[in-house]
Each structure stands twice: as C-alpha cells, then as structure tokens.
Write a new protein. Structure first.
Length: 397
C-alpha cells in the first residue's frame, strides 16, 4: 500500500471509530491502577483486597466474551457494541462515586461486563470493513492504539490520582462520545445472521478446526503466556532488585516498550508489502527470545532499554500479523464468535503465564523465569510453523 493510500486509510471515519473503541477497551485497567494505593488507604482495605478490582473487571470477559461474539454474529455488531460502551461508561462513573469497597467491586464487575465485548468486536469490525493490504494496515493502526493507550493512560490516571483516588475512574466517560460515534458514524456492512443456531455452531466449529486457526490461537496463547509470565509480572522486580530502579524508572522502561510496539505496528502495511506473515512471525518470536535473554544478563539500564525496545518491536510485528490472519480465515457469518474465542485464549494466556512463571521462579529464581520464557517463545513459533505447514495463509472466505 502506497503512502497516499495509507493517508486515506488514516482518514477513514470507520477506522477512527474502531480505534476509539480500542482505546476504551484498554483504559479499564491502565488508567485506574495508579490510584490503588490511595484508594486502599481511603477505604481501609489491604493491597490483596484491592486486587479484587482487577479480578472483578476481568472475570466477566471470561464468561461473556464468547456470548457477545455469538450475539454480534446473530443480531448485529452495533447492537452489541453500543450498549457495551454505555455500560462501560456508566460502570466507571459509578465506581468514582461508590461509597464503600464492596460496592466499588460490584461497580467494577458491571464495568467489566461492558468491556467484555470491546477487545474482540474491534477486530471483527476491521475484518468486516477492510480487505487485503488495507486490513493489514488497519490492524496495525489498531494495535498502535492499544500500545499508546497502555503507555499513556497510567500517566493520566496517576496525575488524576493526585487530586483524588476517585478521579481516574471518571476517565471512563470517554466511552460516551465513542458510543455516539458508533451510533452515528460507524457504517457496518454485515447483515444479521440468518442460519439456525445449529448451523451457526457447526460453521463456527468447522472454522475452529482449520489448522491455520489452531496455529494462530497457539501463537496468541504463547505470546501472552510469555508476556505476562515474564515481562509484566517479573520485570519490575528484576529492575528493582538488580538496579534499584524507582517506580518512575520502571514506568519509563515499559513506556519504551509500548512506544516501540506502537511505532512498529503502525508500519504493518508497509512491512506486509515486503515480508510474508511467516517471516514476520519468525522475526517477532526471535526478538522476544533475544530480549528475554538480555534482561537478566544486563549489567546496567541501557541494555535493559535495548531489550525493552526489542520486545516492543516484536509485539508490534506479532499481534498485527496474528489478528490480520485470524480475520482473514474467519468467515463473516461466524467472525464475531471466532474473535471472541481468540480473546478468551488471550485471557487464559494472561492468567496461566504468571502461574507457570511462579513455579519456575520457585525452582530457578528470577533468571530462570526469563530463560524459560525465551525458550517458550522459540517453542511457540516452531509449533506455529509446523501447524501452518505449506498453507498459503490466504484465507478461505
């Protein structure tokens, strides 16, 4: 795709609305965690109890994401997306005014219900609205929105928390203008499903049995097991113990990683013109492994920054390829259900990764965690390439 076409894509109103949905999907956790210490003090609860605010928010996704995906296929995308955004915003505002901790946990659960469809329907819409090289570029821009939101919302939330621990929860009001944009500006070409429920699940099951889909889901699971099992969970401890890094310095390392992801992902269309999906996935997982090997062996912060940039670049290569391939192989009539399954696999990877890393940590220490994650990255890409076999990776719908 040439530069003029990429500029046209960036100006596409549908893509801007989808990226708005994506930004909302990441603010639910990133914007409020800086306020947790102040909230714990104000509400007289422990840090362990505060963790319930994360669990209460993520739990509905495990249960309701598949359901919302199926409903999006059956009754329409906008019909699920619009109430989800409104529920997310209302739940966030309710959190800001919750008078007690139990009620705050309940409001977070309500907000999580609203969030459960957002991170899958954004990619469903990209699959519905864009094709071929435009889809690859749109996926990259959407991944950039994820990375920028992940990088910037903690800063915004931390600044607002200086005013009051309740203030970061009010960032959720951004869901309301996005909901308006969905209602007024989003053009969704997909029609409601007309097949019987039995026919729908038969088609969805057939899609899930494609070896390419199995490979993509395997790569997604491996990515988030590696990411959450090593970098997200243990990198802060490594930096604090080895280098005496402050929370601000740790935040800068993660900011470097997120910016590298955003920059690389925004170039997905350009990269797709020059390198096939296999090449980009191989490079991504090799960079994951290299970064994870560097982290525990770094003698100072500059090599740590290098590793963060490498890891972020790998993520910027990896996720757009996987998501673009997935929507390519997902036929429109069951695309919502398939993307919901992918989100469920992602959540399971986020959950299982820290648990597996914990076992490694007990046996091999923190260096062992990063070494095991580096090996897991290479094993994952080997499995994925074996599952792909000689497939042209061109999709069947």
């Amino acid at each position: 795709m040439n530069t003029e076409k990429r500029r046209h894509l960036l100006a596409d109103r549908n893509l801007r609305v989808i990226c708005g949905v994506t930004v909302i999907s990441v603010l639910g956790i990133a914007s409020v965690t800086p306020a947790f210490p102040a909230a714990a003090k104000a509400l007289s609860v422990s840090s362990q109890e505060m963790a319930l605010l994360i669990s209460a928010f993520t739990l509905p996704s495990i249960v309701f994401t598949p359901l919302t995906g199926i409903l999006a296929d059956r009754i329409g995308r906008r019909q699920i997306l619009l109430p989800s955004l409104l529920l997310f915003g209302l739940g966030g505002v309710a959190c800001a005014f919750a008078p007690s901790f139990p009620l705050l946990v309940f409001c977070r659960f309500v907000q999580g219900l609203g969030a459960s469809s957002l991170s899958s329907l954004n990619m469903v819409l990209i699959g519905d609205l864009f094709e071929d090289d435009e889809r690859e570029s749109a996926t990259g821009y959407n991944s950039s929105a994820v990375s920028l939101g992940t990088a910037l919302f903690p800063v915004l939330g931390g600044a607002l928390a200086l005013l009051s621990w309740r203030a970061p929860f009010l960032i959720a009001v951004l869901a309301f203008p996005v909901a308006y944009a969905v209602a007024v500006h989003l053009k969704v070409p997909f029609a409601k499903g007309t097949a019987t429920m039995g026919g729908y699940f038969k088609a969805l099951g057939s899609g899930l049995r494609q070896r390419e889909i199995v490979a993509i889901l395997t790569a997604t699971a491996g990515t988030f097991i590696v990411l959450f099992g090593s970098v997200t969970t243990y990198l802060p401890f490594l930096l604090a113990e080895r280098f005496g890094a402050s929370s601000f310095s740790i935040g800068l390392v993660f900011l470097c990683q997120s910016l590298a992801t955003a920059l690389t992902a925004s170039s997905s269309g350009f990269l797709a013109e020059r390198f096939g999906p296999r090449s980009r996935l191989c490079l991504a997982f090799c960079l994951f492994s290299l970064a994870l090997v560097i982290y525990p062996r770094a003698g100072s912060l500059p090599p740590v920054i290098l590793a963060a940039l490498l890891f972020g670049t790998a993520q910027g290569l990896n996720m757009p390829v996987l998501l673009s391939l997935l929507v390519t192989f997902a036929c429109p009539e069951y695309r919502g259900g398939l993307m919901a399954v992918n989100t469920l696999v992602l959540r399971l990877g986020q959950t299982v990764g820290p648990l597996l890393a914990g076992f490694v940590f007990l046996e091999r220490g923190i260096d062992g965690v990063f070494n095991a994650a580096a090996l897991a990255a290479l094993v994952t890409v080997a499995l994925v390439l074996a599952l792909f076999g000689k497939s042209r990776l061109a999709g069947r719908c």
